[in-house]
Design a protein around this ligand. Structure first.
Ligand code: NAG
Ligand code: NAG
Ligand code: NAG
Ligand code: NAG
Ligand code: NAG
Length: 571
């Protein structure tokens, strides 16, 4: 590949950028949808009749000792993995703000009209227990912002039990915002409407983007007063409590193991590891003497893959503490996350994270840090050979990440074949550097590269509707880049339409931008959930252009009012 000499100084900074990036409902589409207040006089229908899912906590309760201390008060908990802890019902009237039709139907085996059943909001908010449920809160610890934070645990979440669906898949149902537990510390056990709307929308949106994630079945809003200081500046406001029913194959985190190692409860540590491996990593043999190392290697691989996927959609998690990192390498705990708009490796979604510890460009390294903490937690159950082996495995993490990052970005650029990997890496880094210089919109630059024709790129006739790409094309080295990109595409000898089609399938047109979430939240605060549901519907098909989304300017430049938007981080 020929490199223009004039571009050399530009390339010096390019290396830097490359390091930063690489180091390291479907809603209720049903008609006549209405909101429900609880009406006790109507709740004669039995759970059985409506096929309310029957849960089981047997497996967890048989596998692990429960907290010996009774009572739902805050305390230091020892020698257990779970404490029994009942949800505290929220103040009525409760309103069903949204449900995920896909989760109800394909995971919980329910027909969506079930949500019209009066008791639905009670079951899905903790007001009534699902048959078979024994609510548990999980004891875990974690490293927060780089330091060991001791006991954390489910401070406002209740694991209701496992559901085994028709397909034989097992899912753990969990309520978030359902009241105090022994792990609440100084918290009130509640979640407010705005943070719940964000979690509900984003976890489903991530699923539809193809990123491994926890899921959300329902969003229920109450009249429970909840006091929050949303900007941590002393302005306490009265907000309302809300509950999300979320699902994952498992809610175990890195911090689930760390706390057991730290407190020397090694028998329990082995029990949790054996349970996780047996239930969720079935290809690992339970009698394999090296099973913990093999398992660690799988987690290293999958965490690297997950973070590369976050990067490929411009997702910044915001609080990558070890208690927010799943042992199954799925995205969990949606707090102050954000989708990057103007490309900037230092983008931080948490407005109080001044140091940028959890900036988008730092995520690969955060993953590595967290895996180091996982390895520390495993140390006592590994012999010295296994310890060195595991360390060696961890050294491979940057490479796994980089390889996956490059694969994903090659696909985003429509590049096929492996023979030109080095040049492709250069092409990707070059583009990202220009995007950084130009503050180009991350999502729409890639999307519009999927929509523009090679001919238009060649003649630089990029229309105004391709706003992100048009802006980028003003960059002084853009022609240089196009002169490398187009011949590379042509060498693949496939039609331009096929390239566009392929690229449109991996470059979303719609992501949950903060301003979109904020606009829906403002309405939701006034009990108007129409925009929550619209976003849910749009984000269920992020790769498909949709009339209603275009009408709302979801693929347009962010509105002026969104520029200074500060997203509140308390939740
Ligand atoms: C509850 O249902 C009864 C009987 O259908 C009805 O008369 C009453 O108005 C309802 N109450 C509310 C708050 O919807
Ligand atoms: C706190 O921050 C918010 C948002 O920036 C602002 O509206 C509010 O006035 C601030 N309150 C105080 C006491 O500074
Ligand atoms: C790494 O994880 C990815 C994503 O789950 C998977 O597709 C791939 O096969 C794994 N690779 C190895 C070597 O286990
Ligand atoms: C993630 O980490 C933070 C800080 O460690 C913790 O307080 C919180 O419970 C976790 N979840 C979310 C959504 O922030
Ligand atoms: C945001 O960052 C600040 C500073 O590191 C931290 O204290 C705060 O807990 C973070 N917010 C959340 C929700 O984790």
């Amino acid at each position: 590949m020929e490199i223009n000499i004039a571009a050399v100084s530009f390339l010096m900074t390019l290396a830097n950028c490359f390091l930063l990036c690489l180091n390291c409902s479907d809603v209720c589409g049903i008609d006549g949808w209405r909101l429900h207040s609880i009406n006790a006089s109507k709740s004669r229908h039995s759970a059985r009749r409506h096929n309310i899912p029957t849960l089981s906590c047997k497996k967890l309760m048989e596998a692990f000792p429960l907290d010996e201390v009774d009572g739902n008060y805050v305390r230091t908990v020892k020698r257990c993995v779970f404490s029994e802890s009942p949800p505290t019902p929220l103040k009525s009237p409760l309103k069903l703000a949204a449900v995920s039709k896909e989760v109800l139907e394909s995971i919980l085996d329910l027909d969506v009209p079930i949500s019209l059943f009066e008791d639905f909001v009670l079951y899905f908010s903790g007001g009534k227990l699902f048959p078979g449920s024994v609510p548990l809160s999980h004891r875990y610890g974690g490293h927060q912002f780089g330091y060991w934070a001791g006991q954390l645990g489910d401070g406002r979440a209740h694991l209701l039990g496992e559901y085994t669906n028709r397909k034989g898949d097992v899912w753990e149902l969990q309520l978030k915002g359902s009241g105090k537990t022994p792990y609440s510390r100084s918290g009130d056990g509640r979640a407010v409407v705005r943070s719940s709307v964000r979690e509900f929308l984003c976890s489903e949106a991530m699923h539809h983007l193809g990123v491994p994630t926890s899921r959300a079945a329902s969003l229920i809003v109450s009249e429970e007063p909840v006091w929050r200081d949303p900007f941590y500046n002393g302005s306490v406001q009265k907000e309302r409590g809300a509950v999300v029913l979320r699902l994952a194959r498992s809610w175990f985190r890195i911090g689930s193991l760390e706390i057991l190692t730290r407190s020397g409860e090694l028998d329990l540590l082995r029990k949790v590891l054996d349970f996780v491996i047996e239930e969720h990593f079935t290809s690992i043999k339970t009698n394999d003497p090296d099973k913990y190392v093999t398992w660690f290697s799988t987690v290293v691989n999958e965490t690297a893959h997950l973070i590369a996927q976050w990067m490929s959609v411009g997702f910044a998690h915001g609080v990558g503490n070890t208690d927010n990192f799943s042992l199954l390498s799925i995205t969990i705990d949606y707090g102050p996350f954000g989708f990057m708009e103007a490309y900037n490796p230092s983008f931080v979604p948490n407005t109080s994270d001044d140091e940028g510890r959890y900036s988008i460009g730092a995520q690969a390294n955060v993953g590595l840090f967290n895996l180091e903490k996982l390895l520390e937690a495993l140390y006592p159950v590994l012999n010295s050979d296994q310890q060195s082996w595991a360390k060696h495995i961890l050294k491979g993490y940057p490479q796994i990440y980089q390889r996956r990052f490059q694969e994903l970005f090659k696909a985003k650029l429509g590049l096929e074949g492996e023979e030109e990997d080095d040049d492709d890496g250069y092409l990707i880094a070059f583009l990202l550097k220009m995007m950084e210089d130009a503050s180009a919109d991350f999502t729409m630059t890639f999307r519009q590269l999927s929509e523009v024709s090679a001919l238009q790129l060649h003649s630089r006739s990029i229309s105004k509707t391709m706003w992100a790409l048009q802006e980028l094309s003003m960059h002084e080295y853009f022609p240089e880049w196009v002169n490398m990109y187009l011949p590379r595409l042509q060498r693949a000898q496939r039609s331009d339409e096929a390239r566009q089609h392929r690229m449109r399938g991996v470059n979303p047109r719609y992501v949950l931008r903060n301003w979109m979430a904020e606009s829906a939240i403002q309405k939701a605060e006034n009990d108007d959930f129409s925009e929550v549901r619209l976003l849910q519907e749009v984000l269920a098909r992020p790769y498909t252009e949709q009339h209603r989304a275009e009408e709302r300017d979801y693929a347009s430049p962010p509105p002026h009012w969104a520029r200074g938007l500060k997203v509140s981080c308390s939740s």
